[in-house]
Design a protein around this ligand. Sequence first.
Ligand code: CMC
Length: 430
Amino acid sequence: MTKDVFQLTGPDGTTSELPVRKGTIGPDVVEISKLYREQGVFTYDPGYGATGSCESDITYIDGEKGILMYRGYPVEQLAAKSSFIEVSYLLLNGELPTASELEEFDSTIRRHTMLNEGMLNFFKGFRYDAHPMAMLSAVVGSMSAYYHNAMDASNPEHRSIFSHRILAKLPTIAAAAYKLNIGQPFMYPRNDLNYSENLLQMLFSVPAEPYEIDPVAAEALDLLFILHADHEQNCSTSTVRMAGSSGANPYSAIAAGISALWGPAHGGANEAVLNMLTEIGDAKNISKYVDKAKDKNDPFRLMGFGHRVYKNFDPRATIIREMCHKVLAQLGRQDTPMFDLALQLEEVALKDEYFVEKNLYPNVDFYSGIIYRALGIPTSMFTVMFAIGRCVGWTAHWREMITDPNGRISRPRQLYTGPAARDYVAIDKR
Ligand code: CMC
């Protein structure tokens, strides 16, 4: 390999010079777009562990060093000093806002929180026990029916209004799904409250009595949203980009992202962690479950452990563990045994040879569920909370993808392992 070119020699001795592209930081990338033309081969990378799918200037992760930055700002600094609304502006626009830009953005988001009344009718069609992630994905998908003609992806103003609408309305949709589950009346948004306060109000207030928002709960929620806001080309974000690359309505692309997030290997892990801790139940059972996680013949995995990119520690988990202490001290003393059990499980796993050898550490979801639970948010809503935080990342990536001058429809190839050509056999001869 020379400096900016990667030389590859095929079996017949033909050499291809593949350009090496350099990012601002991080590993170089070998561009393989002419490989098939020159060598007649595709690359094979199931799960895309070694594939850069696009160029992006939104988020940077160094999995070895445990670094996560949005637009160059370390997530630790944003978590300590910023707010979710400011981080959302940063992710969408590339720079931190001035005071007046922030005020304008904040007020725009507050003014888009109401749903079209007709959209509330969708909830009447769901069973009372429908999973809120299924309702979230369905109702967000239906937004494409409300905003189809009003959404021309080539129009910057339309892209901007889409971003504001989806960011502002997702908490309202989430809260409506929750209220359906518990049989309480839907609570309208209140634009005098900030993003996290408003969500708490829509989730927990009832028309019959006043509701007091706990500032620690609002602070914890805001922090969790900041930490979940973006994570480069993860499964759900790649899904949004892929669905959007065909030119589909962006609300449908976000609905696809919500579906991808739901799985237990992705955003569904926070729900799975709580179920796992409940099943373990007591510190005396920890070693039994750690053994199960190590057993190749047992499908059980330690939920909230391991990450495709982080191989040292997940910086988000470190920040959330701290917030857990604060939240439990003030709000959820009854959940302290669950937190203690999680701390003990973490300690055992981190010392275990299997987990050390495979670089398996607690990820963002290991502790987030404990905070949600202490805030009174039920387990089935945990992944919905993740979706609310991640929505701005999906939106920023959709905007980047749709305005990329080199953008093409996402269309990978494959290694075909099915039957070779064969002749049709008449039904009476089979
Ligand atoms: N418990 C036990 N073994 C594990 C675990 C775990 N949680 N995670 C990975 N391993 C083992 C795995 O069996 C494999 O072993 P071997 O090399 O012997 O086959 C090795 O570690 C590498 O794992 P992998 O599945 O090839 O790694 P991956 O990058 O494909 O998967 C992961 C990453 C996050 C899906 C996986 O670690 C996992 O399933 N973790 C539990 C679910 C979870 O917490 N997900 C949340 C991820 S963070 C939030 C988000 O992104 O949504």
